[in-house]
Design a protein around this ligand. Structure first.
Ligand code: HEM
Length: 412
């Protein structure tokens, strides 16, 4: 469907029947007019019937902030963080799905992995790998940027964070895809919740071996060692272990991967912005922030109301699902000027919702920024002329805004 048809249809549809949970909206990239209408006409909108049950959509920037900052009213623990509930017998707790005090203790355990002093120690390795990956890319021949660059670099980072056996690192990519995929997508790596669960248990078995080794050794600065030695995490029940692994694998992988692909796509669609960047490479940090806003790698986060409350004039009842649509808040013109445009020299580029806010704000934001900054510095240093050769293939998901494939050519 073209953007024009999507815009027309969204205006014709009765407000009450709008359901922005449909994953094909994100696969076809036709979500913008629907959210523009909701922000205008029903910023906190009730969808009474969806494949995931009834839910509230919070679509404006400031209302999303209100929900983010009130974790007492809007719980992550009661129903998890995705619109789609995990099946009751396959629940995988992780600290992103917890409220304080459990959340606080577990987050504290892993947060140092992306603290500033640790980032400095990663920087050299990230730069060396980025250079090697870029220098090895084919010239004058079409290849998939997602596989050869975005997946390769983020998987290397993930293997470092876990100190995972290097040669087997693509298993991490696979498990990340398993953990977040929509099982109804034709190209999903698993096609039922049972299959997903079984694969994640296999993942846990591999990690258990590493855990045992690290628990016996001196504490080190990798995520497995940190969890094995810390009070808040060392006695985790098995399902919590699986959940936290999946959280860290998806967190550290998919989101950054899609920002690497999304940034290239956005620049190729906005050649004037690319020209600005080439003329002034000090804009790279600003490009990175703008890419993360514009791509919005996490489409939504969900909360569950712990009590009856009111949001932007709407009465929300205890137990209701409340969904913060980051894709929409990031396009809210009331807060971000000309929000639908990709602009590499914005005055406040970091004003976006892509990393969330409040107690669950992304733990790895600085690490993601660093990887993207180095990638663009090295691309500019080589003056690579990267042409996008065809449309991207997008992920069928209402949770991760992903790019599965992006054909490109480096011109000589
Ligand atoms: C562009 C890249 C990234 C994006 C857009 C992103 C986005 C997010 C979002 C939206 C949240 C939830 C925030 C909320 O509920 O308020 C989150 C949480 C989290 N992210 Fe990221 N993330 C990225 C990279 C990373 C990386 C590289 C790591 C790992 C090192 C990571 C680890 C986590 C963890 C562990 C949480 C849970 C935090 C908590 O519940 O306290 N993320 N991220």
């Amino acid at each position: 469907m073209t953007a024009a048809i999507a815009a027309h249809e969204s205006l014709a549809q009765p407000l009450g029947s709008i359901d922005v949970s449909d994953p094909s909206l994100y696969e076809q990239d036709t979500w913008r007019p629907l959210f523009a209408r909701l922000r205008r006409e029903a910023p906190v909108h009730y969808c009474a019937a969806s494949p995931y049950g009834p839910y509230w959509s919070v679509t404006r920037y400031n209302d999303i902030m209100t929900v983010e900052l009130d974790h007492v009213t809007y719980s992550s623990q009661l129903g998890g963080i995705q619109l789609e509930d995990q099946p009751a017998d396959m629940k995988r707790a992780s600290f992103i799905r917890m409220d304080p005090p459990r959340h606080t203790a577990q987050r504290k355990t892993v947060a140092p992995v992306a603290a500033p002093n640790n980032l400095t120690s990663y920087e050299v390795a990230i730069r060396d790998r980025t250079r090697a990956v870029l220098d090895a890319l084919p010239r004058s021949e079409t290849f998939d940027w997602v596989d050869k660059v975005s997946i390769e670099l983020t998987t290397m980072m993930l293997a470092t964070l876990f100190d995972f056996p290097w040669e087997e690192r693509r298993k991490l990519t696979y498990w990340s895809d398993v953990a977040i995929c929509n099982v109804n997508a034709p190209d999903a790596p698993v096609h039922s919740e049972e299959e997903r669960f079984a694969e994640l248990l296999r993942m846990a078995d591999v990690f258990k071996g590493l855990w045992r080794e690290r628990a016996k050794a001196q504490p080190r600065l990798d995520l497995i060692s940190m969890m094995a030695h810390s009070e808040g995490t060392r006695g985790m029940p098995e399902m919590e272990f699986v959940g936290n692994l999946a959280l860290l694998i998806v967190g550290g992988n998919d989101t950054t991967r899609n920002s690497m692909s999304g940034g290239l796509l956005a620049l190729s669609e906005n050649p004037g912005e690319l020209a600005k960047l080439k003329a002034n490479p000090t804009l790279v940090p600003s490009l990175v922030a703008e890419t993360i806003r514009y791509q919005t790698p996490v489409i939504h986060m969900r909360r569950t109301a712990t009590r009856d409350t009111e949001l932007a004039g709407q009465g929300i009842r205890q137990g209701d699902k409340v969904v913060m649509w980051y894709v929409s808040g990031n396009r809210d013109d009331c807060v971000i000027e000309n929000a639908d445009a990709f602009i590499v020299d914005r005055t406040k580029p970091r004003q976006h919702l892509s990393y969330g806010a409040g107690i669950h704000r992304c733990v790895g934001d600085r690490l993601a920024d660093l990887q993207l900054k180095i990638l663009w510095e090295e691309i500019l240093a080589r003056d690579l002329d990267i042409q996008v050769m065809g449309p991207p293939r997008r992920l069928f998901s209402n949770f991760i805004r992903g790019i599965r494939e992006l054909p490109v050519q480096i011109r000589m």
